[in-house]
Write a protein that binds this ligand. Sequence first.
Ligand SMILES: Nc1ncnc2c1ncn2[C@@H]1O[C@H](COP(=O)(O)OP(=O)(O)OP(=O)(O)O)[C@@H](O)[C@H]1O
Ligand SMILES: [Mg+2]
Length: 343
Amino acid sequence: MASAEVNGAVSHMTASAGQGTLASGAANRGVPVPESADRDALAPGAAVPESADWDALASGAAENREPILGAISHNPPMSGDRAGGASAEGEAAASAREAVADAVIRIEGLHKCYGAQEILKGIDLTVQRGEVVVILGPSGSGKSTLLRCVNRLEEATSGHIWFEDTEITDPSTKINKVREHVGMVFQSFNLFPHLTAKKNVMLAQEHVLKRPKEEAERVALEQLERVGLRERADYKPGQLSGGQQQRVAIARALAMDPHVMLFDEATSALDPELVRDVLDVMRSLASEGMTMMVVTHEMKFARDVADRVIFMDGGVIVEQGTPEDVFEHPQSDRTKDFLGHIA
Ligand SMILES: Nc1ncnc2c1ncn2[C@@H]1O[C@H](COP(=O)(O)OP(=O)(O)OP(=O)(O)O)[C@@H](O)[C@H]1O
Ligand SMILES: [Mg+2]
């Protein structure tokens, strides 16, 4: 079935948070959203099409207009020439193999076109395990498109993307299996408005990972604790602030034991006073060693937390390096101009 149809169904079932107005979404549109979140009521074939994308739905990936970010870490990026010209023998080759082995996301020669318009013009990027990669760039530079391609919410026009050993861009890859390990947090939270925070965090665990209810509940409470919301477990999204809803969305992603977390402007829809708590959660994830790709306009966060900062413009990576490299010694005029504008 066309993914658009699935995504359409999904987005009907999820609230469209926009500027923090999440609670008023799905149930008001005449869509048959069940009041109870139990397995049967939400089973494929009930309120959603048979091919409903449970991974996307339950992990919050339903909002396919949203981008995904990733994190990169301490090792040098592995781009198209990832072996760095090393021969099959010797230390260089061995270390290249090691780097590939520890890559969580590897992107080679990624192009994405919409019609005649080329949006991504050859992206090479590797995110190592434990890395926090922050992606910056002006509006329209392709940041969200890049993240969407990483999770195959958008199909690459050409090029290759791997998640660990699995080629995401191989049409035969079961993308839902991959998405089980890729946590996504978008600007809009896509929580089910009629379910409590705890139930929202349990849903994908039960439906996608097939965890027994008791285990899903235990994990949900652990993850809500992790984001500082244990005491709000029984609140529904409409009873939570935007920042709290976003933290529930993060807990939902974490409950799936992700190998990488992708954040696309996770704080952009929040009132300024609510941003800090969400960023604090992201900081603590980074300090715990979570591999993260983060698209953000929060420059302080980028400076403090990123292992690598990537500056994109016009569908290409213009420049990348440590936060100090990019912020203090930008090489490209485009980077300087961008940083000058946001300073
Ligand atoms: N489904 C689509 N069809 C056609 N064009 C699209 C589609 N999605 C994105 N684009 C175009 O691709 C370009 C890059 O969009 P993208 O959302 O990736 O930018 P971005 O860097 O995330 O910008 P922002 O900072 O505003 O979120 C834009 O010109 C946008 O209009
Ligand atoms: Mg974007």
